[in-house]
Design a protein. Structure first.
Length: 264
C-alpha cells in the first residue's frame, strides 16, 4: 500500500486529531505541551469560578448588611392595672433579676412612650405644636426575639430599625456610665431629641425637655402595668451613649431608662 507523501507512522490520525484539538500543529510533542497548557488553564478557571462562587455566598458575612427592620407585636390598648394603681405603685427600681424581657413587652413600652394613637399621627405623649422632636432607641441586652444591639423606634410603623449589632452579652454602654442598673437590665431605652425640630425660640429647648419627661413617665407607668421595674437614669455621658448606639449628629441624648423584672 502506497504511503501518502509526508506521512509518518500514525501520522494521518495524529494530524487529524491535532487539527481538531490544537489547530494546525503537527508535532506530537507540541500537541502534548498544548494539552498540558490547556489543562492548567482549565484548572485556573475552575479555581477562579470556585472563588467567585464562595465570594457570592460569603459576601453578607464580609460586608455590612442593610439596616434590619423588625416588626413589633401590636400594642395592647387595655390592661388589668388601672392608672391609679400604676401611679400608686411606681417606684424607681434599680435591681433586676436575670429574667429576659419579651419583644411584646419592649414594643408595649415603646408605644407607651411615643406610640401613634390617631390617624393624623398624634402620639401617647403630647408635643408642642405637634413637632415631635423626640427619638427613642433601644439597647437590647437580654430580650427574647431581639438580637443584642441598638435599635431605633419608628412610631409610624411600630417597628425597630437596627442601629448597631452586638455580640450576645456585650455591653454597648459599658463606657457611657458607671450606673449598675444600666449594665444589668435586659433592655435600656435611650431618650434623645432633635432640638432643631422645635425651632429656635427661647423656650423651644425647654419644651423639648418637658416632652422627654412626659414620654419617660408614660414608659415608667407602662412598666408598672407590665409588672416590671424601671428608673430614669441621668448619670451618663450623653456623647458616649450617642456614639455607642450610633445616633445621628443632630440627635442629642437626654436620659436613659433601664427596665427589667424587679429583684425581690
Amino acid at each position: 500500500m502506497a504511503k501518502i507523501p509526508g506521512e509518518t507512522k500514525g501520522g494521518a490520525f495524529e494530524n487529524t486529531l491535532a487539527g481538531v484539538v490544537n489547530g494546525p500543529s503537527t508535532n506530537l510533542a507540541d500537541r502534548k505541551s498544548d494539552c498540558t497548557s490547556g489543562f492548567k488553564k482549565r484548572n485556573v478557571n475552575h479555581r477562579f469560578l470556585t472563588l467567585a462562587f464562595l465570594s457570592f455566598f460569603l459576601a453578607p458575612c464580609c460586608f455590612p448588611a442593610e439596616p434590619a427592620t423588625i416588626s413589633l407585636p401590636n400594642p395592647k390598648k387595655t390592661g388589668g392595672t388601672s392608672l391609679e394603681e400604676a401611679l400608686a405603685a411606681r417606684r424607681s427600681v434599680r435591681a433586676y433579676t436575670e429574667q429576659t424581657l419579651t419583644l411584646a413587652e419592649v414594643g408595649q413600652l415603646l408605644w407607651a412612650a411615643q406610640g401613634i394613637t390617631s390617624p393624623d399621627g398624634k402620639r401617647t405623649a403630647p408635643s408642642a405644636m405637634h413637632r415631635y422632636p423626640l427619638e427613642l432607641a433601644v439597647v437590647a441586652q437580654n430580650v427574647d426575639g431581639l438580637p443584642s444591639g441598638a435599635y431605633r423606634y419608628v412610631p409610624a410603623k411600630h417597628t425597630l430599625e437596627l442601629l448597631i449589632a452586638a455580640k450576645p452579652g456585650a455591653q454597648l454602654l459599658a463606657g457611657s456610665t458607671s450606673q449598675a442598673q444600666v449594665h444589668s437590665a435586659p433592655v435600656v431605652f435611650v431618650v434623645a431629641a432633635v432640638y432643631e425640630r422645635m425651632g429656635s425660640g427661647a423656650n423651644n429647648r425647654t419644651w423639648t425637655d418637658y416632652e422627654a419627661g412626659l414620654a419617660s413617665e408614660n414608659l415608667l407607668l407602662e412598666a408598672v402595668a407590665l409588672k416590671l421595674g424601671a428608673v430614669v437614669t441621668g448619670g451618663i455621658d450623653p456623647a458616649s451613649v450617642k456614639e455607642a448606639v450610633k445616633l445621628t449628629a443632630s440627635e442629642q441624648v437626654i436620659v436613659v431608662i433601664p427596665v427589667g423584672h424587679p429583684a425581690k
